[in-house]
Design a protein around this ligand. Structure first.
Ligand SMILES: Nc1ncnc2c1ncn2[C@@H]1O[C@H](COP(=O)(O)OP(=O)(O)OP(=O)(O)O)[C@@H](O)[C@H]1O
Ligand SMILES: [Mg+2]
Length: 278
């Protein structure tokens, strides 16, 4: 950061502030006491076992789910304020499961990112065209841009959905499991792309992933969520699975002599600790 940055500018570098948030779904407590601040340019990985509330937290940040308690502010405004139109990009967990019966080319899909809920099109036509072309180039889909999305591979479709978020010029991009169904090579290029967006374009990213190894490679900061935030810090300091079990209040399950070695890799592996304990 520029050392001459004055305090007020630093404050405006706060992209997301989540304070004392509690969320219930169908009367059940899902998120409790969530406190979280994300600054401009951060790439934050959000991890946790199945059902731990990751998607719920994303939907809460987007203002789609109601808070039981607490506040969420994005760029200093409550989510869904009209001022936020175009500033937030969202790639949902089901993003790559686009309906197959809709006929839409890659370019048309990406163009939808420039459609604004408020005024339909918030860019002039030539701006729009440029944005769309650039986004397609960034995700490396130029060769297939006139092809129907139904004919893409899962990974290509996922990249198309990401291009749609990029075309919107969103400053804060939230992605829920964008790596699912993407092969290793495409996954690495996608992670590199996202990392570049943070480093070179000052975008801010919050990404959910089960793929611990992949997300640890890229995210600068990791959050481990299970109803509440159990770890939030530098990626290098992210606990190993034994420490994670401690954080989750789970003791050794294979006797006290030694731990059964747990393959490090995905959080699905750690969630089986949970099942055996129950
Ligand atoms: N529409 C809903 N109504 C009520 N409860 C829900 C609803 N959707 C999810 N839940 C519950 O909220 C909890 C958290 O779900 P959520 O989808 O946020 O978890 P997650 O961490 O994203 O899991 P996954 O890794 O499987 O995507 C779960 O117990 C789930 O059963
Ligand atoms: Mg989820």
């Amino acid at each position: 950061m520029n050392p001459s940055t004055i305090e007020t500018e630093r404050e405006s570098d706060t992209i997301l502030m989540v304070k004392d948030v509690v969320v219930n779904r169908s009367g059940k407590l899902i998120l409790n006491d969530i406190n979280l601040t994300i600054k401009r340019g951060e790439f934050v990985g959000l991890v946790g076992p199945n059902g731990s509330g990751k998607s719920t937290l994303m939907l809460t940040i987007l203002g789609i789910l109601k808070l039981h308690h607490g506040t969420v502010n994005i760029f200093g405004h409550p989510p869904q304020a009209s001022l936020l139109y175009g500033k937030i990009g969202w790639v949902s967990q089901a993003a790559s499961n686009l309906p197959k019966d809709i006929r839409l080319t890659v370019r048309e899909l990406v163009e939808l990112g420039t459609v604004n809920g408020k005024n339909m099109f918030h860019f002039t036509n030539s701006d729009r065209k440029k944005q769309v072309d650039r986004a397609i180039e960034m995700v490396d889909l130029e060769d297939v841009k006139h092809i129907d999305i139904a004919r893409l591979s899962g990974g290509q479709r996922q990249r198309a959905v990401i291009a749609r978020a990029l075309a919107s010029e969103a400053e804060f991009i939230l992605l829920d499991e964008p790596l699912v169904g993407i092969d290793r090579e495409a996954r690495n290029s996608l992670l590199k792309l996202l990392d570049g967006l943070c480093h070179h374009q000052g975008k801010t990213i919050l990404m959910v992933s089960h793929d611990l190894a992949a997300i640890r490679q890229t995210a600068h900061r990791m959050i481990f969520l299970e109803e509440t935030i159990r770890f939030d810090g530098d990626t290098e300091k992210f606990p190993d699975l034994v420490e994670l079990a401690d954080l989750r209040g789970i003791g050794p399950v294979h006797g006290h002599a030694h731990h059964h070695p747990i393959p490090v890799g995905t959080l699905d592996d750690s969630s089986h600790i949970h099942e055996e304990e129950e």
